[in-house]
Design a protein around this ligand. Structure first.
Ligand SMILES: [Zn+2]
Length: 90
């Protein structure tokens, strides 16, 4: 198993890919990387671009909020300003 973990510090979904900012648990460097949208929510293995250590990262799922942003189809408009979506990062 991979011993290095790339922690997702922040992420952004674009039309074509997932743009992430990751922190390597081995060298502590921050780097950014893009992944295909298909990989949403999956655990991906790759090498750290800084120190070259093989490791893995858990990619985030696109939140409902982000989906809405890109799919401008508001058939079900729900007025939810509750703010219960802060379960990860920051
Ligand atoms: Zn590294």
């Amino acid at each position: 198993m991979a011993s290095t973990i790339f922690r997702v510090q922040s992420h952004k979904f674009s039309q074509d890919n997932i743009q992430t900012t990751l922190v390597c648990s081995r060298c502590d460097e921050v780097f950014s990387k893009e992944f295909p949208l298909d990989l949403e929510g999956q655990t991906i293995e790759f090498k750290c671009p800084v120190c070259g250590a093989p490791g893995e990262a858990d990619l985030p799922y696109k939140s409902a909020e982000e989906r809405e942003e890109f799919e401008e189809d508001f058939e079900e408009v729900e007025e939810e300003e509750g703010g219960e979506e802060f379960e990860e990062e920051y």
